[in-house]
Design a protein around this ligand. Structure first.
Ligand code: ZN
Length: 150
């Protein structure tokens, strides 16, 4: 289903939140899913081959199922910005992505599958500095925008 996604330029991170593509993937699971699959969030969805799409979908299904059985599942990246990635020991980052400007937690060191195709529509200069709450960061940057345009 992802293979036939209409906007070939769309990034994986955006497509995962599209309810027409995958139901029930919230923002938390989106971040965790991308990390589990070692996918670069900004990779173009069209760069995934059929097998990778299948893998993505089946891992997503597993994650959604395990959500109902285990409540103490620890999160790998979500809410952990500034902390070390348990897989590569790199630093977990948080940034904002897409039209909805949702927060996106990820590890730039090991989530690099298809990184070469990443869309230039989004750059990582919007990284939230460690110690700043993402909501606060969005608020402050919007305030800044408003000041510039006003
Ligand atoms: Zn990592």
């Amino acid at each position: 289903m992802i293979v036939n996604y209409q906007e070939a330029d769309a990034t994986i991170a955006e497509v995962l939140l599209d309810q027409r593509v995958m139901r029930g993937i919230g923002n938390v699971f989106r971040c965790e899913l991308l990390w589990t699959c070692e996918l670069h969030p900004w990779a173009k969805v069209s760069s995934l081959n059929r097998d990778e799409c299948r893998e993505l979908v089946s891992i997503a299904a597993e994650m959604l199922q395990s959500r109902h059985t285990s409540h103490d599942r620890t999160l790998a990246v979500y809410g952990r910005h500034g902390k070390n990635c348990e897989r590569c020991n790199g630093q977990v980052r948080v940034t904002h992505h897409g039209e909805a400007n949702r927060v996106l937690y990820w590890c730039a060191d090991c989530q690099n599958r298809h990184a070469g195709t990443s869309s230039s529509r989004y750059v990582t200069e919007h990284d939230t500095p460690p110690g700043v709450h993402p909501a606060e960061f969005i608020y402050l940057s919007e305030l800044e925008q408003a000041r510039k345009s006003g």
